[in-house]
Ligand binder design. Structure first.
Ligand SMILES: N[C@@H](CCC(=O)N[C@@H](CS)C(=O)NCC(=O)O)C(=O)O
Length: 219
């Protein structure tokens, strides 16, 4: 399988974790989002939205949108499952995933930061405040849910990693990379983050272990 990825992309990290958890080999094609590789015509032919990730799985149309890709992978390669069995628990896992992937992440993507910089003339320091604000707000929201839900276990929903953990781990990793926020600042989410990072699939696909990782990258 071929994955178009960028080291610091939260959405691409979600897909890398899922592929690794399922033991699926991936050939990584790295894009530099800050250099604008996502706008190249040959990439936009695969992904007209101009974002990563894009997954190529054999013949057929490219797969886009990380949460759709996670569900595709789970349906095509069911072991180990990325969703709990019980119906309401499945909805709960998807809800946690969406809290970070849909309610927090869209505020911090490169095209939003670029718009702030180029159209609204927001300086780098203020952009960093913006990014940290949305990351922190997402983390606090998930922490509240996890702290009050009886289904919280070793992972977000029970004792096996699900889509919720994949999205939470990617989110807290961004919070660390962009804002220096320690996952341990969130007692329950931080404990779950540590459990995720003890799993090779999460650790090996960490942004800083990617071939295109950069020591310093601007916000
Ligand atoms: N909802 C999408 C988000 C995709 C997305 O925005 N990816 C970012 C990187 S995390 C990107 O490629 N941004 C390019 C840009 O903003 O120009 C998903 O989950 O796949």
């Amino acid at each position: 399988m071929k994955l178009f990825t960028y080291w610091r992309s939260q959405a691409a990290y979600r897909v890398r974790i899922a592929l690794a958890l399922k033991g699926l080999a991936m050939e990584k094609v790295t894009l530099d989002l800050l250099a604008g590789d996502q706008f190249a015509a040959d990439y936009q032919a695969l992904n007209p939205e101009g974002v990563v990730p894009t997954l190529i799985d054999g013949e057929g149309q490219p797969l886009v949108q990380s949460l759709a890709i996670l569900e595709y992978l789970d349906e095509k390669y069911p072991e180990p499952p990325l969703l709990p069995k019980e119906l309401r628990a499945r909805a709960h896992a998807r809800a946690i995933a969406q809290m970070v992937a849909m309610d927090a992440h869209p505020f911090i993507v490169p095209r939003v930061r670029k718009y702030l910089e180029e159209e609204l003339h927001v300086g780098e320091a203020a952009r960093a405040v913006w990014v940290r604000h949305w990351l922190d707000q997402g983390s606090r929201a998930v922490e509240e849910v996890l702290a009050h839900d009886p289904r919280t276990g070793k992972f977000c929903v029970g004792d096996r990693p699900t889509v919720a953990d994949i999205c939470l781990a990617a989110h807290l990793t961004s919070a660390k990379l962009f804002g220096g926020r320690d996952p341990a600042d969130y007692p329950v989410a931080g404990r779950i983050y540590a459990n995720c990072m003890a799993i090779e699939a999460f650790a090996a696909e960490h942004p800083l272990r990617q071939p295109d990782a950069q020591a310093q990258a601007r916000i």
